[in-house]
Each structure stands twice: as C-alpha cells, then as structure tokens.
Design a binder for this molecule. Structure first.
Ligand SMILES: Cc1cc2nc3c(=O)[nH]c(=O)nc-3n(C[C@H](O)[C@H](O)[C@H](O)COP(=O)(O)O)c2cc1C
Ligand code: SF4
Ligand code: SF4
Length: 254
C-alpha cells in the first residue's frame, strides 16, 4: 500500500504529524511550483493548520484545482484552541472539485497565532493537550481505514463562515503589520521560509513584505533574532515544533 500526504505548515506542527506516516510527503507550495494538480495513490492524506476556523487560502485554492484518486482519503486539521467548522469547510472544498475524504480528524497542538496566544503558556498546556495519545489514535484509525465523517455543529459552521470569510479577505495584509527591529542581521531566513514569496530583501538587508501574505507566521517564528515583531502579539517567545528543523520548513515552503 502506498501513501501520499499533502501538507501545509508554517511552524512544523502539520509536518510533524505527516512524518508519523510511512508516506511520500508533498507540501502544497512544492505541488504548486511543480504544477502538480493530479494525485493518485492507494491512500492519500491531507494535513493542514486551521486558520480562523477555516482552511488556509493556499490550501483551499490548491485543492479546488486538484483531482484526487485514491482508495482511501483522510484529512487531519491541526489547531491550537478551538477548531470551529474547519473540517466541514474542508469537506465542501473537496466536494466542490469532485473529491471526497473517508476519514476526518482534528488534532489539538500548540497555537502559533501570536496576536492571541503566548507561546510559553501554550508549552505549559502541553500535558493537557496530550498530543501523543491523540495522534496515536488517529494513526491507528487511518491504518485501520476507519470511515469517519466530519461532525461540525451548526454553530461551528456559522463561526467558520464569519471568521473564515473575514480572514480570506484581509489575510494578505497580515505581514504589513510586521515591524522589523534593528536586531535583524539580514540572514534571509524569513524569505526562505515564506511559502508564497511575500518577502524580499532591501539594500540594508532588512526584509520587505509585500501584500500577498498567508499569515502562516513562519517568518516571525523562525527568525533567529526574533527581529520580526507583529504590532499585536501576546508573546515575544517563538515556536517551531521540536521535531522539525529549520531546514525542513525551508524545504517544505520552497
Ligand atoms: C493565521 C492563523 C489563524 C489560526 N486560527 C486558528 C483557529 O481559528 N483556531 C485554532 O484552534 N487555531 C488556530 N491557529 C493555530 C494553528 O492552527 C495551529 O497552531 C497549527 O497547529 C499550526 O500548524 P503549523 O505549525 O503546521 O503551521 C491559527 C494559526 C494562524 C497562524
Ligand atoms: S530572518 Fe530575521 S534576522 Fe534574518 S533577515 Fe529575516 S528578519 Fe532579519
Ligand atoms: S510573510 Fe511571513 S506570515 Fe506571511 S506568508 Fe510569508 S512567512 Fe507567512
């Protein structure tokens, strides 16, 4: 049995989950770059981060064009606090292009959304989140080809509708809210981890942000100097999933 996993990540949670499977891992930015819009295998998995109770624009736009052919398809949304109707949204995206998934799961992990969450507090909450137990259960379900529908409630779906459409409209300007401090050493890592090439360097080597952001916070969390400061942030601490290296994020988003 062969398995392909399509994933998207800013800070490594989704990649860490994807690596738990014996699979060929394909990131959405790589698939777009390679113009690959047909996926065929025995099994196919889709692993993405919940953004605003919805699905990141880049993942939605990719899946709306992609044809998926497999005996069994599963979806895992990672999230940090409250997932809302993200799985229902994913189902509508898949069905809009004639695709379907057999098994839907969500996994509570560290919340990387700096405007609302403090990284230290998130790390302190790890025992309650019990990621290992929940992830092992999901892997077992997938291995057993369990069929599981999304069961998002009406309230979940309404929240997704409201928050998701707001996010879809304004997300591209997120990086305009970033300030770069003088501690920047011009290393270029922020540009390398950006999945949509929204960052360029000036003569002074400080990054310059365009208005085509996915709001993944990869640049912010992966800057070695902590030099990228969102105007609104609950935390000066930064996060990258401990199982994932900086090079893996760079590779995933190039
Ligand atoms: C722009 C943005 C919006 C987010 N919105 C939500 C949300 O609505 N609900 C939630 O529980 N987590 C939310 N999160 C947290 C992420 O879904 C979570 O940290 C995820 O595991 C990150 O995956 P990654 O490390 O692979 O990028 C959001 C994160 C970002 C960056
Ligand atoms: S990653 Fe940080 S230090 Fe490096 S260029 Fe970007 S802002 Fe500057
Ligand atoms: S500019 Fe930063 S937050 Fe925006 S898409 Fe690029 S890496 Fe992600």
């Amino acid at each position: 049995m062969y398995l392909k996993i399509v994933y998207f990540t800013g800070t490594g949670n989704c990649l860490a989950v994807a690596k738990r499977f014996d699979a060929e891992l394909l990131s959405v930015p790589q698939l777009i770059k390679n113009n690959c819009y047909e996926l065929t295998d025995d099994l196919i998995g889709i692993i993405y981060p919940d953004y605003a109770n919805s699905v990141p624009n880049i993942v939605e736009n990719y899946l709306k064009k992609c044809k998926i052919k497999a005996d069994y398809v599963f979806v895992i949304a990672t999230y940090g606090c409250f997932a809302g109707g993200t799985l229902h949204k994913m189902r509508t995206i898949l069905e809009s292009n004639g695709n379907k998934a057999d098994c839907y799961n969500k996994l509570l992990m560290v919340d990387n959304y700096l405007p609302l969450f403090d990284v230290k507090e998130q790390i302190a909450k790890l025992p309650q989140k019990d990621i290992e137990t929940n992830l092992n259960r999901i892997v077992e379900e997938v291995n057993a080809r369990t069929v599981k529908k999304e069961n998002d409630s009406l309230t979940d779906k309404l929240l997704t509708c409201i928050l998701g459409s707001f996010e879809h409209k304004y997300v591209k300007y997120t990086s305009k809210m970033f300030r770069v401090t003088d501690s920047c050493i011009g290393c270029g890592i922020c540009a390398k981890v950006c999945p949509v090439k929204n960052i360029s360097q000036t003569d002074k080597n400080k990054p310059v942000f365009a208005a085509d952001c996915e709001s993944c916070f990869a640049c912010t969390h992966n800057c070695p100097q902590g030099a990228i400061q969102p105007k609104l942030q609950r935390s000066r601490e930064r996060f990258r999933n401990p199982e994932i290296t900086l090079n893996e994020i760079i590779e995933a988003n190039n």
